[in-house]
Structure formats: C-alpha cells, structure tokens
Design a protein around this ligand. Structure first.
Ligand SMILES: *[C@@H]1O[C@H](CO)[C@@H](O)[C@H](O)[C@H]1NC(C)=O
Ligand SMILES: *[C@@H]1O[C@H](CO)[C@@H](O)[C@H](O)[C@H]1NC(C)=O
Length: 294
C-alpha cells in the first residue's frame, strides 16, 4: 500500500513531457494523412465533442490532445494516474520473487480504450468515444517511454525507484532534468523543451519537423520487425528492455550521463517515439479503415 502510494505520488510528474506525446501523435497523423486520410478524418470527428472549453482550450486537435491525460492531473482528476505506466520489476539484487504490481496498468488501459472504441458508434456515444480516443493517443506515447515500463529494485531502494523517478542524476544545461525518468521523458533532449498549447505556428512547425525527421530515420520499413507484433505486452517488454539496456546501463546515480551514453540513447528514444506513432496509426486503422479502400 505504502509503495503504491509513493509510486502514485511520484507518477504525477511522469510522462513523456508534452512534446514527446505531441511528436508521437504527429507521427501517427502524418502517417495516416499519407496513407489513410479517411481514418485521420474520423479520429478528428471523434475528438470534436470535447474540444473547446471542456478541455480548457488546450486540446482542439489530434496532436494537442496527446497531453490531455496529463492535464487531468492539474484539475485534481487522479483516478487514471496508474494507467500511465506498468512497473515491471528490474530486480538486480534478487529481492523479489515474482512480477507483482497493479494489473490496472497501461496495458490494461489500452485494451479498455480499444474495447470502447471497437464497440460503440461514436455518434451514439460521443463522450465515451472521445474520452477513450484521447486516452489512447496518450497511452501510445507513454507505453513507448522505456521508463514507463519498469521499476528498478535494489538493496538501497527495496521498494523500487518508480521508473527512475528516484534515480537522481545531474544534467548540465537543464536543471529540470534531475532524474533518470525525466531524462527519458525529455527524449534525451532530441525534441526540444515543451511547447505551450494551444500551439503557436512556430511550435506547429517544430513538432512537425521533429516528427518528420524521426520518421525519415525510422521508416516503417526499417522498423518492420518491431511493427509485426500487435501484442501490447510485447510493446511493453521492448520498452522494459530498452530501459535496462540503454537507460540504466552505464548510468551512475548522482552523475551526469556521458557523451557516449547520450549518443547511444538518443536513437533509441527516437525509435520509441516512431513506434508509438506508427502503432497508434495502426490501431486507428484497425478500428476505422474502410476494408473496401485498401
Ligand atoms: C518469496 O516467496 C517465498 C515462498 O513463496 C515467500 O516465503 C517469501 O516471503 C517471498 N519473498 C518476498 C520478498 O516476497
Ligand atoms: C523551435 O525550434 C527552434 C530550433 O530548434 C528553437 O530554437 C525554438 O526555441 C523552438 N521554438 C519553441 C517555441 O519551442
């Protein structure tokens, strides 16, 4: 109970920072607009009922609503806090027997969102469909943040490190990046600092250019072997292994990441953003693509 409470409190600050979520959504948007514009148009229609004041004027588009599930926390709406991550234990010191942890996690939340969207006609259930699509866009971002799929248990931290939130680091040049979780939420600095919403023209340009740059380096063809799997558990496991191999590996608590750590980690953070975007597009296609058009 105590551990859960702690993780819960710490997770308040946990998510790709808003830019990461918006880049993931932009990758899905660009991918859909190029290949399935009808699916993208349906997604915008489903979001529409909650645009405007109901989402504080911040989430009027597919891309801007990617941060909406984090906005909720600033309005004392905490019921979905546990759905942003899954804490698969990384148990270096053999402290734990099994993979415990809440099953009401991000993997379950994605299934729930998909189930609602599969089973309702958005015209008859505009609120339910709009909420679940907004959640889905956010979950696909979070599930691909390696530190949203892990918690490291050590003798010094027998209750886990809450996805690296308790793993202090020092990052020269950005004092906000003071723990491992934040370094990866920030995608190791590859997508800039958060743009305020509603997005200015400059920010729309920046998010679009981050997304297209990442897609160029991480085409669907290049990621084909990853994109074959449609299992949310597999997606979480890839994040977990990315965290073990690239986030925790070669990083010393209280120190700065080395140049070689950053060089190895950046393409992994970007690959994860790309996978999140393509998989979001694929889920929406599975729901809304007209079988006669493909
Ligand atoms: C591990 O499992 C054993 C046997 O089921 C149990 O007695 C023990 O308390 C467990 N240890 C932990 C740390 O959960
Ligand atoms: C947009 O990107 C440029 C170049 O990376 C950067 O200097 C600028 O601060 C960004 N603008 C905003 C509002 O984040």
């Amino acid at each position: 109970m105590k551990i859960e409470l702690l993780i819960c409190i710490i997770s308040l600050s946990a998510a790709w920072w808003c830019n990461g979520h918006m880049v993931t959504a932009m990758i899905a948007q660009l991918d859909l607009q190029a290949n399935n514009p009808d699916v993208y148009a349906i997604a915008e229609q489903i979001l529409a009922p909650l645009n405007g004041l109901l989402t504080h004027g911040l989430s009027n588009s597919f891309v801007e609503t990617a941060c909406w599930a984090d906005d909720l926390k600033t309005y004392s709406f905490e019921i979905s806090n546990d759905w942003h991550y899954t804490n698969k234990p990384y148990d270096l010191d053999g402290l734990l027997n099994a993979t415990a942890g809440s099953t009401n996690n991000i993997i379950w939340a994605i299934s729930q969102a998909m189930s609602t969207l599969r089973n309702v006609n958005p015209n008859n259930a505009p609120l339910e469909a709009s909420l679940q699509l907004r959640y889905l866009i956010h979950w696909l971002g979070d599930l691909h943040e390696p530190l949203h799929a892990i918690s490291r248990f050590t003798v010094a931290q027998p209750n886990g490190d809450a996805g690296g939130n308790l793993f202090k680091i020092y990052y020269d040049g950005n004092s906000q990046v003071n723990n491992l979780h934040k370094l990866w939420d920030w995608a190791l600095g590859t997508i800039g600092d958060d743009c305020p919403r509603p997005l200015s023209n400059e920010c729309w340009n920046n998010i679009t250019s981050y997304a297209s740059g990442i897609m160029k380096e991480n085409s669907r063809g290049k990621l084909a072997s990853y994109l074959m799997s449609t299992s949310y558990d597999d997606w979480a496991l890839l994040s977990y292994h990315s965290a073990v191999d690239y986030a925790y590996n070669d990083m010393v608590e209280g120190k700065s990441p080395t140049v070689s750590y950053m060089l190895r980690g950046k393409p992994i953070a970007q690959r994860q953003l790309a996978l999140g975007g393509y998989r979001l597009a694929d889920l929406l296609k599975s729901l809304y693509a007209n079988p006669n058009n493909s």
